[in-house]
Design a protein around this ligand. Structure first.
Ligand SMILES: [Zn+2]
Length: 98
């Protein structure tokens, strides 16, 4: 079975392998094109701005709080399974030291 986690070398740190996912935004108007950043920003408040995007197909423009495409990391295991993995890892580590 593939080992989906790796023990980090530092103190109580614990690493879980992730896969990277590039998230694209489909155009709300034509639902065919993908929204790409124009490089322009729109000030929406004293400390907030939105990023202007343009559809690759119909040219529709839309502004979002984030820039697309965006990179996300999805862990192979999450939530309770990740906690369980961490506990087992620490247990094994402690028993090796004795
Ligand atoms: Zn479009």
């Amino acid at each position: 079975m593939e080992r989906k986690f790796f023990p980090a070398t530092n103190g109580v740190e614990f690493g879980i392998a992730c896969r990277a996912v590039m998230v694209h935004r489909i155009c709300d108007k034509c639902e065919k094109g993908v929204m790409g950043p124009t490089g322009q920003t729109i000030q929406t408040g004293p400390q907030s701005m939105r990023m202007l995007h343009k559809c690759s197909e119909c040219g529709h423009s839309e502004s979002y709080d984030v820039q697309y495409p965006k990179l996300e990391f999805v862990p192979h295991v999450q939530g309770a399974a990740a906690l369980d993995m961490m506990r087992r890892h620490r247990k094994n580590k402690n028993s090796q030291q004795k």
